[in-house]
Design a protein around this ligand. Structure first.
Ligand SMILES: [Zn+2]
Length: 65
């Protein structure tokens, strides 16, 4: 369930629907914070994937010699 945030958590000003920032005080909305957390998670997942591939190739290389 996705509830739409109608007012700023920081200053209480009314928000434009789906706004990422408050127009009055510039605070991030809950939706924007959630998207940032999601982006960080995807980035960490991608980093773990790259590290895993590097480790796997290093292992394959050392086994083949
Ligand atoms: Zn605000």
């Amino acid at each position: 369930m996705q509830q739409v945030q109608a007012a700023c958590d920081t200053c209480g000003a009314a928000l434009v629907p789906n706004a990422a920032y408050c127009e009055r005080c510039g605070a991030r909305t809950r939706r924007a914070r959630r998207l940032v957390r999601l982006a960080i998670r995807v980035e960490l997942l991608f980093f773990a994937l790259v590290v895993g591939i590097v480790i796997a190739f290093t292992w394959i290389y050392s086994v083949q010699r």
